[in-house]
Ligand binder design. Structure first.
Ligand code: FRU
Length: 315
């Protein structure tokens, strides 16, 4: 009887070991030749969870690299110290998606000057002290969104702009691009606010806008969580049918699904670049040079083209 109990305990132990150890290739992999530090500014939005998954999936194809992930939880100071930890640990390469441009610039430069290659992903830092930047062209996306909106509204109407964090470069570029795209049209921007990329902020800002304005034709939000937050506020006020909502990101499980459901009129794709970052990392680690600037393509998804895979943005 006691033997049986012992055997059972062993069996449970082996099963537990297997469950914890037989999962995905873990950071403890001993065959890896290089360690990559991945500094993610936050994992609050589905888009960033997707970025990490894209990095992980690409890295899992290569036994010679292992990736250590750090999540700064939307805290710039935390991201700075996590970057410093990567530097002092002597990782072989850093991929960083910085929360804000100015405060993260010095630590990126510090790593780069110490000889650690740095791939800056999606949001930029200032200056040139990094190895390579990977991301889609946010100005182009903003401009295309502006032009699409002008056409959709027949050249006139009242519009709300819900901006992404304006200390981050995608927020700045999606704003200037948009203003360029609507230039000359008879659109009135009746309300604008920095919702800092966050759905609850967008919802709150939209509540104020709804209270102030009787006619709102369209909301342009710098990301899909923002557009969705605005939609929820309008829905709660019973006004969602009279307003169009446009966002950016177009994840299949988020923006594209909203377009398919008729919640968003359009979503512009912002690819995470996770896979590309691992490809570039491998080239750098193998001694090859990569372009300083790798620009990713973007597509627009609307009710008309969603079932055909969207449409590529032109040059
Ligand atoms: C997620 C996010 C995305 C957006 C990107 C811009 O944190 O806000 O929705 O496209 O960051 O850097």
């Amino acid at each position: 009887m006691r033997d049986l109990a012992k055997q059972l305990v062993m069996l449970v132990l082996v099963a537990a070991l297997c469950l914890t150890g037989c999962g995905k290739k873990e950071d403890t992999s001993s065959t890896a030749k290089w360690t990559i530090g991945m500094s993610q500014c936050n994992l609050g939005e589905p888009w960033r969870v997707q970025m990490n998954a894209d990095v992980r999936n690409a890295a899992d194809q290569h036994d010679d690299i292992k990736v250590i992930f750090k999540d700064a939880q939307n805290d710039t100071l935390k991201q700075r110290s996590q970057m410093e930890e990567f530097i002092s640990a002597g990782v072989d390469l850093i991929i960083v998606s910085p929360k804000e441009a100015v405060p993260l610039t010095p630590v990126v430069a510090q790593a780069y000057q110490k000889g650690i290659p740095v791939i800056v992903l999606d949001r930029r830092v200032l200056g040139e002290k990094y190895t390579c930047f990977i991301g889609a062209d946010n100005k182009k996306i903003g401009k295309a969104a502006g032009q699409w909106i002008v056409e959709k509204l027949g050249g006139k109407g009242t519009v709300i702009e819900l901006k992404g964090l304006m200390t981050s470069t995608p927020g700045q570029d999606r704003h200037t691009g948009f203003r360029e795209g609507i230039k000359g049209a008879n659109l009135e921007i009746i309300f604008e606010a920095d919702m800092k990329w966050l759905e609850p902020n967008a919802r709150k800002e939209m509540e104020s806008a709804l209270a102030r304005f009787e006619t709102i034709d369209l909301v342009y939000a710098h990301n899909d969580p923002g557009a969705h937050g605005a939609y929820l506020a309008a829905k709660a006020a019973g006004r969602e049918k009279e307003i169009m909502f446009v966002g950016i990101d177009a994840l299949s499980q988020e923006g594209r699904a909203y377009v398919a459901q008729g919640v968003l009129a359009a979503s512009f794709e912002y690819p995470t670049g996770g896979k590309k970052a691992i490809e570039a990392a491998l080239e750098i680690l193998n001694g090859q040079t990569v372009e300083k600037e790798i620009v990713l393509d973007s597509r627009v998804f609307t009710e008309e083209n969603i079932n055909d895979g969207g449409e590529l943005l032109g040059q």
